[in-house]
Design a protein around this ligand. Sequence first.
Ligand SMILES: *[C@@H]1O[C@H](CO)[C@@H](O)[C@H](O)[C@H]1NC(C)=O
Ligand SMILES: *[C@@H]1O[C@H](CO)[C@@H](O)[C@H](O)[C@H]1NC(C)=O
Ligand SMILES: *[C@@H]1O[C@H](CO)[C@@H](O)[C@H](O)[C@H]1NC(C)=O
Ligand SMILES: *[C@@H]1O[C@H](CO)[C@@H](O)[C@H](O)[C@H]1NC(C)=O
Ligand SMILES: *[C@@H]1O[C@H](CO)[C@@H](O)[C@H](O)[C@H]1NC(C)=O
Ligand SMILES: [Ca+2]
Ligand SMILES: [Ca+2]
Length: 585
Amino acid sequence: MSKELSSAVVLLLLLCCTRGFGAPTEERKPTHENINGGYGCAACTALVAIVEQLAEIKNSTVVETLDYLCYILPVELRPSCRAALEFLGPMLVVLVEHKVGPDVACHALTFCYTNPGQPTCHSMIPPLHRRLKGPSMTFEEKVLEAKQRIQFRMKKTRGPQNICEVPGVKDICNWLRKAFKGRKPSVDFDNDMFSISQGLRGSSWRGKDCSDTSRNVYPGTKPLAEDRTFDSNCNGIFGVNKKTARSYEEELCGASQPRGVAVLGDSISAHFHMPPQWLDATLISEKVFEHLILVVENEIDWPMLSTVTGHGKNNWTEVITGPIDSLYLRIRDRNRCNHRDYQNIAANGEDSIGMQNLVKTLARNPQRDHPIIVLYALIGNDVCNGYPDTVAHMTTPQAMYDNTVNTLEHLHATLPNNSHVIMMGLADARILYNSMGHRIHPVATHWGHFTYGQFYDFMNCLQISPCSGWLTTNGTLRNLTAERAEELSEALRKVYRDHKKSYYNFDLHFIENPMPNAVREWVKHGGEAWQLIEPSDGFHSNQIGQALLAKVLWREFETKHPEILGPVNPNNEEIGRLFGNQGGY
Ligand SMILES: *[C@@H]1O[C@H](CO)[C@@H](O)[C@H](O)[C@H]1NC(C)=O
Ligand SMILES: *[C@@H]1O[C@H](CO)[C@@H](O)[C@H](O)[C@H]1NC(C)=O
Ligand SMILES: *[C@@H]1O[C@H](CO)[C@@H](O)[C@H](O)[C@H]1NC(C)=O
Ligand SMILES: *[C@@H]1O[C@H](CO)[C@@H](O)[C@H](O)[C@H]1NC(C)=O
Ligand SMILES: *[C@@H]1O[C@H](CO)[C@@H](O)[C@H](O)[C@H]1NC(C)=O
Ligand SMILES: [Ca+2]
Ligand SMILES: [Ca+2]
């Protein structure tokens, strides 16, 4: 067995680590330690589940299955995989061949353990196990037996394992940490915060730079010298109309009131999407890992297909499908001079505390740049951030108020005049449990036994759930979370009432969270709520949901705040005729 198993390892790390590695700011104290094995335990569990199910589906040996999983990984990751497989492979073969199941296997491998005073975390029991008769051993006895089976493979007895210390996996962990840490474009030679490459906070997140050697050239700036000779704001419009001797920027855009659009948000705005094809043994294939590197370097977010900053087309249909619609696309349709003027300043796990820092990565110069529409959409993490006492870790209404005002003060100092800032209320996410709780999680599609309810509680037992208040079988806790979310929305309404006249450079707005309207609209047209929810985590809105939110938000703006959107540019057709796709994305 010389090939790598690490595709599975990678995707498991991804499954679990997005929140751990995506923790917003470095100075933030983690609210919990790695309890009961935490991310490593979740990763191991998914890995064993996938390998066992895949072997059953393909009727292949464990060695063949591991070889296959390695073979479908992108070539860049193979050396790490090889190293990981050398270490873990033999033990996995023994465990999977004896069909001990993910729960027992990962405790035997010591990636899962039980901290003093903690409950023992259990994941899934494969159906075959239930049918196997035999001595009725306790869980501890089963783990002990499994440990004995693999003992001769283990070089020395070990304590609890950190999966990132496994050879090979270490490199992958380092790569993930690096990818998840950046909040500024990593390729940005001229340091203007706009990039010529996609991932690592590049053009997937902010309009593509059209010169990475000039820091005065970037999307959203007012054209330099009217862009008579070159395109300084990357909207594809430049040159002089020979008939009139006027610049095209002046003629086609001058009176059009150009504006950009940005979002200050969390994983919903960044559009977190872990392809279920990575976890579901019935769907896994070579194809689904084709763009793994870019996906990871985008923090498993899809800002290029998201509600606020979606643009261009879907090049990744093997792992994400659905309509693309966004505020940016609609604002660009309204005035093509706004081409490429979008910024997605959102991060997984972000809340009102972290946003006070993250907002500093919004790139806007109050003198040189066009106005911008900024959506402040922190719709959940302020009620999501803690263990063991979830409620005690929630942001208080007063802190929400203060954090938000701090962020607005920063915007006051940096936004061009005539900008707009729209604060959005928090979501009541009880819909998640109500519509997902009894459905089967993709990691167990073939076995059919692991519901989202069980998945949520497993994550809570490991203290790694992205939101312990919503994603729980405890109805009392879900109600308490809803109560706090409403109090925090009320804090934002109060910020609006107190400060709507405080800032001369932007108009402040408040809108209620649009999710209930989006869901209502979907259900009215015959859909079901779960169809709008991300399958891998049972938490985020999926591509259909993202596009639907754009539509609902736009309608809200059009009817209640049309001044935000600016006029329709009568020259749009002429721009299209002269400048085609305006340089694309
Ligand atoms: C699975 O593979 C084994 C060995 O190659 C073979 O004997 C068996 O018939 C196969 N079972 C099915 C259901 O294909
Ligand atoms: C999508 O793919 C096409 C063709 O391969 C490429 O030209 C284009 O740049 C890609 N777009 C994005 C946003 O990746
Ligand atoms: C923005 O408006 C303020 C107040 O009206 C004014 O003092 C300031 O000069 C303006 N800034 C720019 C860049 O026009
Ligand atoms: C939660 O709130 C809903 C709606 O107010 C109510 O119907 C339900 O009984 C509550 N559940 C619990 C466990 O308190
Ligand atoms: C449900 O959550 C509430 C609030 O955190 C807690 O007081 C209660 O003990 C929990 N119930 C169970 C059965 O865990
Ligand atoms: Ca530049
Ligand atoms: Ca231009």
